[in-house]
Write a protein that binds this ligand. Structure first.
Ligand code: PLP
Length: 347
């Protein structure tokens, strides 16, 4: 967008670095659809190691990873239990209904995460009247919840409850590595007990394209059938896979910097009049501007004129996401631009 110097709209705004582009240019490639791309093969093996999974498949996007996983787990008329704020509820164009014929039963969790008791209450008793509860879906981190990290014991209790009811488990790990870096808990520990888990490479990890869906061998075999069916099977995808491998080597630990920047931003915003900042676990800062007398859209427009972009997720709830392309030095600029907007100063 013209004139935007600092783009906090999303961590998808990262652009591949010069070193990442070199790794892409030099990638060893083959025909991915035939299983002959050595770089994709290495990437999938690497993600299996990371997540403690049996098998994995490279996909063009995280949305495709969620939708394929739902197709693998659910039959028409089945129900998915997920937090009411989940990406599959709000941002996938109705895919669970349109593609898998599945319903979603939303749980009103706290900050995007729910408890084992919440889950138990949402599971349908066996009855010919009710949809069949089939799948439990969690987001690690919970995006609209505020970049919330699921505590490991709470996640384990949810997994145990799902297993006790014979339900499948799917993890939307768009920002799983943010949770890993923030908590120090290994990715495989978070993934334990889940049938399918995926990682997004095009968010904070800084790649242009790519997600890897991992899980049990039979689920990934079925996922491949869907990938083929909906046109997600690729050719010389190693160009993209090389970026993902580069990101695993160079862009994971640095997520801590994004988290520190998010906290710095939250502290600065909290000091402004009329603004209520939500807790910050990782790289996402939500704040409510109802007390300023302005709408989120109006504030976003005025910030954009000052070269700063962030999104209004509801009429008064704004979101700023830190990432690779937002250096620490940009944060004080963002805070002072917001302070100017709230004081009604001209740019
Ligand atoms: C971005 C996002 C997705 C979708 O990923 P894409 O790669 O953009 O399709 C899914 N879930 C969550 C929580 C996300 O933030």
């Amino acid at each position: 967008m013209d004139g935007i110097r600092i783009d906090l709209q999303s961590d998808t705004k990262t652009r591949p670095t010069a070193a990442m582009r070199r790794a892409m240019a030099e990638a060893e490639v083959g025909d991915e659809q035939y299983g002959e791309d050595p770089t994709i093969t290495r990437l999938c093996a690497r993600v299996c190691d990371l997540l403690g999974a049996e098998d994995a498949v490279f996909l063009p996007s995280g949305t495709m990873a969620n939708e394929i996983a739902i197709l693998v787990h659910c039959r028409p008329g089945d129900e998915i239990v997920a937090d009411a704020s989940a990406h599959i509820v709000h941002f996938e164009a109705g895919g669970p209904a349109a593609l898998a014929g599945a319903m979603i039963r939303p749980i009103a969790g706290k900050r995007g995460i729910f408890t084992a008791a919440d889950l138990a209450a949402a599971i349908r008793p066996e009855s010919r009247y009710a949809p069949r509860t089939r799948l439990v879906e969690v987001e690690q981190t919970a995006n609209l919840g505020g970049g919330t990290v699921w505590p490991l014991d709470q996640l384990r209790a949810v997994v145990a409850t799902a297993h006790a009811h014979g339900l499948a488990l799917h993890m939307d790990g768009a920002r799983l590595m943010n949770a890993v870096v923030a908590s120090g808990v290994p990715a495989a520990e978070y993934a334990r007990g889940f049938d399918t888990v995926w990682l997004d490479f095009s968010k904070g990890l800084g790649c242009p394209v790519g997600a890897v869906l991992a899980g049990k061998r039979q689920h990934i075999a079925e996922a491949w059938r869907w990938k083929q069916r909906i046109g997600g099977a690729l050719r010389q995808a190693g160009i993209l896979g090389a970026a993902c491998l580069y990101a695993l080597d160079h862009h994971v630990e640095r997520l801590a910097q994004d988290h520190a920047n998010a906290r710095m931003l939250a502290d600065g915003i909290a000091a402004l009049p009329g603004v209520a900042v939500e807790p910050v676990d990782t790289n996402i800062v939500f704040f409510d501007v109802a007390g300023t007398g302005k709408t989120g859209d109006a504030i976003a427009r005025e910030l954009a004129r000052r070269g700063v972009r962030m999104g209004a997720m509801t009429a008064t709830r704004m979101r700023a996401v830190t990432h690779l392309d937002v250096p620490a030095a940009a944060i004080p600029e963002v805070i002072s631009a917001l302070a100017d907007v709230l004081r009604g100063r001209g740019s």
